[in-house]
Design a protein around this ligand. Structure first.
Ligand SMILES: Nc1ncnc2c1ncn2[C@@H]1O[C@H](COP(=O)(O)OP(=O)(O)OP(=O)(O)O)[C@@H](O)[C@H]1O
Ligand SMILES: [Mg+2]
Length: 323
């Protein structure tokens, strides 16, 4: 198990600060580098028995899995911070420490001045148009990145990939821009699930399916409505999502993910089982195409021989065998 870090004694860096609505954040120096320490947000006004949401666990588990499947994301470590109370926190290595500037997609969207909508709009057509018209990076590779991100977020159940939660790094000396590593995975993997909900998701297929087929939905919208992930995969596996599915699906190794979850510090047995069951179920719903097509939520069976499933000859229907 990778040992958790006690960030309490780390040097604080008072001249760095981070925005975001989900919990406090400070900058510290750890092992010679700049790290953001993300604290868990209060869950007091949320429909959960948790006092603090599990978003720090989600941040670490989801960004680590994203990296495992080859989607470049920030590096994270779980740890603690004591300030009166000891809290479980998530350390994120600051990828702007070298002086590069992070511009989020919201600010890039604002530069398209003849667009009707503002930077925060997440209507899919609009986001696509911005990707085509922005001048920061090559639109073709940006579009590929965008759909890869969509597929990874779908797998991890991210309901908060708004336009402030992805972006670009610009080197101020050369002016060169690149796509930033992915960050903010705090809204993946049901961060508000308390013990009772986790038990129900593990034991009851109806409860589990509701949290895969009905919600969480994407932050992106079609005609003003949030996009349902499984439904979108069902409709677009053969066109919009096809290149990303071909790239990403063979890289999802459930056995490796299971081993990783087995090693995450601080988790109870219930939490470990919950993450494994939920991730496996999301995998089956999204990537094992035939199962998606046959699922009763869709009423009728899809034609057999989904092109993507055929192309991915190596599709792994892996299962966790230790649950
Ligand atoms: N690894 C990182 N390196 C550099 N900057 C980062 C990193 N992770 C996050 N940030 C910056 O810190 C901000 C806040 O972080 P984050 O988005 O994770 O917080 P949040 O409170 O969960 O946000 P939200 O309001 O979207 O829920 C980000 O918008 C980004 O500007
Ligand atoms: Mg954020």
């Amino acid at each position: 198990m990778i040992a958790p870090i006690d960030f309490t004694q780390c040097e604080r860096l008072p001249n760095r600060a981070y925005n975001g609505a989900n919990g406090k954040k400070i900058a510290v120096r750890y092992d010679g580098d700049v790290w953001i320490v993300k604290f868990p947000p209060s869950a007091a006004d949320k429909p959960t028995a948790l006092s603090y949401s599990n978003s720090c666990l989600s941040e670490h588990i989801a960004s680590s899995i994203a990296n495992m499947i080859g989607f470049k994301s920030h590096e994270t470590r779980l740890g603690t911070f004591t300030n009166g109370k000891t809290k479980i926190v998530c350390g994120c290595r600051d990828f702007t420490a070298s002086g590069k500037i992070l511009y989020d997609f919201c600010s890039i969207k604002n530069t398209v001045i003849d667009s009707e909508t503002g930077g925060t709009g997440t209507e899919l057509d609009d986001v696509q148009e911005t990707i085509d018209r922005q001048a920061f990076v090559d639109p073709v590779s940006l579009k590929a990145h965008f759909w890869d991100m969509f597929v990874v977020d779908a797998f991890l159940g991210n309901f908060d990939r708004h336009n402030g939660n992805w972006g670009f790094l610009v080197d101020p000396t050369t002016g060169k821009a690149e796509i930033a590593p992915a960050f903010d995975f705090g809204s993946c993997l049901l961060p508000q699930a308390d013990d009772d909900i986790m038990r129900r998701i593990i034991d009851d297929k109806t409860e589990r399916d509701a949290r895969i087929y009905n919600f969480p939905a994407s932050a992106l919208k079609e005609n003003g409505r949030k996009i349902g992930y499984v439904d979108f995969f069902h409709r677009h596996a053969d066109d919009l999502l096809a290149p990303s599915l071909v790239r990403i699906t063979p890289r999802i190794d459930l056995a490796a993910i299971s081993a990783f979850i087995g090693d995450v510090p601080f988790l109870s047995d219930l939490q470990r089982t919950f993450y494994k069951v939920y991730i496996t179920a999301r995998y089956e719903a999204l990537f094992a195409q035939q199962k998606v097509c046959e699922h009763p939520y869709f009423g009728s069976a899809m034609p057999t021989g989904c092109a993507v499933a055929e192309e991915i000859g190596t599709l792994r229907h892996g299962r966790f065998d230790d649950i």
